[in-house]
Design a protein around this ligand. Sequence first.
Ligand code: BMA
Length: 317
Amino acid sequence: MPTKDDAMQDLFHRDPANPILTAEDWPYRVNTVFNPGAAIHNAETVLLCRVEDPRGISHLTVARSPDGVHGWRVEAKPLIAEDPGDHTSMWGVEDCRVTWVEELERYVIAYTAYGPSGPCVALATTEDFESVEKLGAVMPPDDKDAALLPRRVNGEFILYHRPVSSRYGNRGNIWLSRSADLTHWSAPEPVMASREGPWWDAARIGLGPAPIETEHGWLAIYHGVKQMPAGPIYRAGLVLFDLDNPARVLRRSPAWVMGPATDYETRGDVPNVVFPTGMVHDPESDELKLYYGAGDSVVALATANLSELMEFLWQNS
Ligand code: BMA
């Protein structure tokens, strides 16, 4: 039976193997596994999953699969974990986005470090997902949902992120900062605000996976939150940023393109959450694999066709 959400948009297709990763797949005791960053390394798909341990503290652990759907091998130890000696991450690390940066020949991992001052954006780099070089916190709290563009624009790296400003009634909006060296970042520039009133993305928004370069712009997926009397609903929408000025929004989908509909999305530690954080595009087949956390409890996969997404944005914006 088609779900309520599928009846609205037929752009994304949930994989029949969903949820593709759960706490039961972990080689050690964990509470939940969700919100993964994604990358291709050595012809395999790597997911850097947020794992919440039985204390409630999160860390990031690598899972690898030959086809990005089945046969996941999960590492026995976290790649990035809480650091009791670092006040910015003593309460754990969460929700990473991974970007392959050709110029550095390294993957850049943008993640949320959590400590008593609040969540903040931290960066690390890796060659192989076996060891990391930490650059530390690069934005003050409260800030999260950061993702780096894969190349410089006008000579600078671009990091989207989500500082919370009381000017906007503490609604989270998407901003960006620029840097020549990944360490020193410019003051945030506003990019995109949550809509007002009854919209699906009125309470908060945040960027999802690192945007993909297309000839018409940077294609990105963002999450939007609607606050309901029974709790928030997290859904996903599409946005296209200008290639040369990534602070400029060219297109934004009025409606969400994916929302909680299945059991694993409408239940869990936080019901009614689809939270996309990983995206892999295969230029040959044009297939886009979108990895997302469902219900803050499991990892799920939806596939789409990149050209269809672009077409949809052109006609619905
Ligand atoms: C956001 C983040 C995510 C989480 C989502 C839904 O604020 O904390 O980690 O998946 O809420 O609970």
